[in-house]
Write a protein that binds this ligand. Sequence first.
Ligand SMILES: *[C@@H]1O[C@H](CO)[C@@H](O)[C@H](O)[C@H]1NC(C)=O
Ligand SMILES: *[C@@H]1O[C@H](CO)[C@@H](O)[C@H](O)[C@H]1NC(C)=O
Ligand SMILES: *[C@@H]1O[C@H](CO)[C@@H](O)[C@H](O)[C@H]1NC(C)=O
Length: 349
Amino acid sequence: MLASLVLPFLLAKATAETPALKPPQDATSVPRKAPIILEKSGGFNIGGKVIQHPVTNQTLTCDHGYMEYFIPWTPRTTGIVMWHSSSTQTFQNRWDGGEGFKDMFLRRDYPVYLWDAPRIGRAGWSCEPFYYQPDYRDSGNFIAWNFGPRPGEWWDDVQFPTENREYYWEQATGGRYIEFDTIANVHLQAEAAALSADYGMNGENIVYLTNSAAGLRAMMTVTKSNSTNIKSIVAYETVGLVYPEGQNITQGGPFGPFVVPEDDFKKLAQLKEIQFVFGDHRDESYMYVREARKVAELINGYGGNANVLKLGEDAGLLGSTHVAFADMDNDKVAGLLDELLARNGLDGY
Ligand SMILES: *[C@@H]1O[C@H](CO)[C@@H](O)[C@H](O)[C@H]1NC(C)=O
Ligand SMILES: *[C@@H]1O[C@H](CO)[C@@H](O)[C@H](O)[C@H]1NC(C)=O
Ligand SMILES: *[C@@H]1O[C@H](CO)[C@@H](O)[C@H](O)[C@H]1NC(C)=O
């Protein structure tokens, strides 16, 4: 078994290596701002289980997720759970190291939670063995993150730094975790998040900000939750969507579609608003735009409030990427989120 896994890796051994670029001189010189005042910060584990060795009976506590929290001194009553697809870094900083959504929303007095769901990032032990094999993903990431039409060919208007671009590209593509993109992991992560929500660990008004495949996971979290604590999902470029049974949709792979019982799907219609946000240069033929429109319609058919927001066409944010909250104009993206929070009464103290 092991030999069959190791052999292809040896055969595919990297043939060339280049060292990482040095940070540009001004990489850390961000202009000073007023202080962010917190009451506290910290973290906790949630979900998981205890497994027992079949022979020795020794145990392992495993498969929990890790939730880091930052609570402002004068907090609003809505907590924002930032659920990345492959790195909390995307919420911590703009592409060029400038201010990210984490600090922006702390300045606005929202409690902020950075969620490393089971298996990824700083989450705990895995209950199952796994094998890591390097996947030559850089050019795939360039396309997936909507930086341009072809690897290395940037959109003219892309919201990515133009100075020291190679360095920031290395930062973007290098700062990632293994994603564990399996159907089982979607359920594992959603179950842990649902427990956190239902136990009140993220407060009683939760907004999930998700990126990429975390959008699918947050939708599944709502279908598994038994409380009314989850109030909204703002899904930046969701990869994967959830449908109710009876729509002639066949359950798919780790990027959806997921099909759930109608009663569970109806929980999505209880949220104040679900917004599927897409970056620029995504036309209507893009599979997930089409699916998001269909799912928004289904949610609204059950009395919900779901919509699709295209940052380029609908909001004039040209060149916005797959990770709009890290884009150079992320202050404008944050402004759109302010509007959503206000119109749903989620901005109170
Ligand atoms: C493990 O637990 C089983 C059931 O209680 C017991 O029969 C067995 O002796 C235990 N084994 C060890 C190594 O303690
Ligand atoms: C919600 O309730 C169902 C039915 O009792 C239970 O199976 C499930 O584990 C609960 N979910 C959570 C997140 O507590
Ligand atoms: C269900 O979907 C399949 C595959 O897309 C299609 O061939 C079939 O006609 C659909 N059935 C109905 C009743 O819409």
